[in-house]
Write a protein that binds this ligand. Structure first.
Ligand code: ZN
Length: 321
């Protein structure tokens, strides 16, 4: 909001009184917003659980049912790897019973955030999983962070969430276990649905080109190859070398359509499309859900949306167009 420097500049200004009035008015608006936020919190007496990003919030809500209030710290569309948290994010943690993170180093900001938030229990949903490793580029050999991108692996997340909820609210154990089972059954049938859909693409066409290397788990579980412009959004630097390498791969493998993700700029990928002769096939949702009116307001919608774009772009029918 208002820092001291801006404030003193205002005071030094000729229009002292006018400026001071603006300051007071804005300050009172800010205070009103704070009061409203606290009032909202008091109206919802369910224990508060926070997640680092919107996809985890959706998974957690499916397990929580009506027993818990679940909110994401980052908003739809936010870049989650190098997110700069704000004082109001810290305010949100007041009274929280649990904070849920992905882990594997996805949230580069998380340890600092926890220091600022104080002593709140947290759970890392990828703890104990065997991660797939990044192949090539500066992150070579490091774990790929996007394990939720395959529904099979998201089921592990759901189990971890249920365990964590039972710890903070043992009375709800039956409800959490039953919600988790029902949601995992939904993910199981989603897995089958995606597998059936993707089988319409012939094997040699199953080559997924994206901006971030975020599809490794999905590609592995559904028999696709992948290539990308950069390995991790935290280091999303477009270099001529990376662009040239990707263009070469697209040409060698005759990839007809390439994609980019909602939380980064698609500008460089559009250039890659032009130079390689591929078509730009649209925007995937990976690190964030869309807002409620968008194509990916839930995790299940997100996967369906991505797979629909993949089929539209890579199926034999699409290639013949
Ligand atoms: Zn990412």
């Amino acid at each position: 909001m208002f820092n001291k420097k801006i404030f003193s500049e205002y005071i030094c200004n000729k229009n002292k009184i006018i400026s001071l009035s603006i300051f007071i008015a804005l300050n009172s608006l800010f205070l009103t917003a704070c009061v409203n936020k606290n009032t909202y919190r008091r109206n919802d007496e369910r224990p508060l659980v926070l997640t680092t990003f919107t996809i985890l919030a959706d998974l957690a809500r499916n397990v929580a049912g009506d027993r818990l209030q679940v909110e994401s710290i980052t908003k739809p569309g936010a870049e989650i790897h190098s997110y700069q948290f704000t004082p109001s994010d810290i305010v949100k943690t007041k009274g929280a019973k649990l904070i849920i993170e992905n882990g594997l180093g996805l949230e580069a900001w998380f340890s600092k955030f926890m220091i600022s938030s104080g002593d709140i229990p947290n759970v890392k949903l990828t703890e104990g999983i065997k991660p797939l490793l990044i192949d090539g580029d500066v992150y070579s050999g490091k774990p790929n962070l996007h394990a939720w991108m395959s529904p099979k692996r998201a089921m592990n997340y759901v189990d971890k969430i249920a365990d964590a909820f039972i710890k903070i609210d043992p009375d709800g154990a039956l409800e959490y276990s039953s919600n988790a089972s029902a949601y995992k059954a939904k993910l199981e049938s989603l897995d089958k649905e995606l597998r059936d859909s993707l089988s319409s693409i012939s094997k040699e066409r199953r080559f997924l080109v994206t901006c971030e290397g975020a599809f490794t788990y999905l590609a592995r579980d559904y028999g696709m190859k992948e290539a990308y412009l950069w390995p991790v959004n935290a280091e999303s630097q477009v270099t001529p070398r990376r662009m040239v390498n990707l263009i070469k791969k697209i040409k060698e493998n005759e990839v007809p359509t390439i994609f980019c993700e909602s939380t980064v700029s698609a500008e460089a990928q559009m250039e890659v499309a032009k130079s390689s002769g591929a078509v730009f096939g649209g925007t995937f949702y990976v690190d964030s859900l869309s807002d409620l009116n968008g194509p990916a307001p839930t995790y299940v919608d997100l996967l369906r949306h991505n797979v629909r774009l993949i089929i539209e772009g890579l199926s034999n029918a699409a290639v013949k167009k």
